[in-house]
Design a protein around this ligand. Structure first.
Ligand code: HEM
Length: 363
């Protein structure tokens, strides 16, 4: 695609793809032509949250929520995130067997997001169920008989979080819900519906993506053991390592935009009101941009990958995902020096073109 058909039309599903780094970046930086307002998926159900808005609506929402996710705010959660990772690894050691995805990569992000939002520990189990159900409800792929249960979970989720928002206004705490409840910009604030949609977006955008990043990291080090050894000898490379795994095995492979006008790229015209897939994964392996793009190199610098997109929709949770990944890899290296993937254990990839990650990694 990248070399021969950089602007490609998929006739079967009626969408276009851009696969070169420069084209993808140019498109995402031109939201007036490549719009998010008809959703960032292929289907025509438009999301309600900020990810599916263009300026000025997007600008307004982003200004209201950004304070909850500044790198400084996120860095303050490091001790608790470390404690969550250690707790999960204690359970693994007590159990004596280790399946990386189920035992660590899935529970970590959902536990962390519950913690940073400020969910009461006694509701953590409910939160995990709501989170799974809300994600399935949003994806719209559950069988009809399951949809009633998903709708019920969404209602419980909304009741819990709207009560929490009110409680935090009366009695502020050191958590994300307090920051969101108090958020003000020139007299403007989030409505309860906007707040609930945003909490939903955090679960949909933040959990499986981070799970996949951790799985892809462990897998990449299995493929390039010399890089794993290099990280062990030079732990100061951990931050670079996170960026390189994001580039090398990009968890969100693509998202869509919709054209607001006819647009010519490399002599091909993409018509107005058409879905265009921006291939982040392909852009991150573009040899025009990255030397030896198909190699994992944890010293790669600079590394201007687009795993978190670019421009106005740049991933709001990027600092949190980076922190979770770095602490996980550092902790695995420290506590489990001889960690290996079980070659006969049956590693399985997840089965979707949208996300890249693993279903199972027996260790
Ligand atoms: C947006 C990737 C983790 C919250 C995005 C986008 C990408 C992305 C590619 C842009 C989508 C588009 O514009 O079409 C990732 C990856 C992650 C990750 C690869 C993990 C490795 C997280 C986490 C959170 C989060 C942990 C929150 C806790 C968001 C939000 C947006 C977003 C709120 C929308 C921002 C906006 O519309 O302005 N993410 N994400 N993400 N992400 Fe992430």
């Amino acid at each position: 695609l990248r070399r021969e058909h950089p602007v490609y039309y998929n006739e079967r599903h009626d969408f276009w793809t851009l696969s070169r780094y420069q084209d993808v970046v140019k498109a995402v930086r031109t939201p007036e032509i490549f719009s998010s307002a008809k959703g960032v998926g292929l289907d025509k159900r438009y999301g309600l949250s900020m990810i599916a808005h263009d300026p000025p609506d997007h600008t307004r929402l982003r200004k209201l929520v950004i304070k909850a996710f500044t790198p400084r705010q996120i860095a303050s959660y490091e001790p608790q995130i470390q404690a969550i990772i250690d707790g999960l690894l204690d359970d693994v050691l007590a159990k004596g067997s280790f399946e990386l995805v189920e035992d660590l990569a899935i529970p970590l992000p959902v536990t962390v997001i519950a913690h940073v939002l400020g969910v009461d520990p006694e509701y953590r189990r409910d939160f995990k169920r709501w989170s799974d159900d809300v994600v399935n409800f949003t994806a719209g792929n559950a069988p009809a008989e399951a949809r009633e249960q998903l709708r019920e979970s969404w209602k419980e989720f909304c009741d819990y979080f709207s009560d929490m928002m009110e409680a935090r206004l009366r009695d502020p705490q050191d958590d994300v819900v307090t920051i969101l409840a108090q958020a003000q910009d020139e007299g403007d604030s989030l409505t309860v519906i906007e707040f609930l949609n945003f909490c939903q977006l955090l679960l949909v955008a933040g959990n499986e993506t981070t799970t996949n990043l951790i799985s892809n990291g462990v897998l990449a080090f299995n493929e390039f053991p010399e890089e794993a050894e290099r990280l062990r000898r030079h732990p100061e490379l951990a931050k670079h390592m996170v960026e390189e795994v994001l580039r090398y095995d990009t968890p969100v492979q693509l998202t869509y935009r919709t054209t607001t006008q006819d647009i010519d790229i490399h002599g091909v015209t993409i018509p107005e009101d058409t879905k265009v897939a921006l291939l982040w994964g392909s852009a991150n392996r573009d040899p025009e941009m990255f030397d030896k793009a198909d190699r994992l190199d944890i010293t790669r610098d600079p590394n201007p990958h687009v795993a978190f997109a670019a421009g106005i929709h740049y991933c709001l949770g990027a600092s949190l995902a980076r922190l979770e990944m770095r602490l996980t890899m550092e902790t695995l290296a420290r506590r489990m020096r001889h960690l290996e993937i079980d070659p006969d254990g049956g590693c399985e990839r997840i089965d979707t073109a949208l996300l890249r990650g693993m279903q199972r990694i027996p260790m």
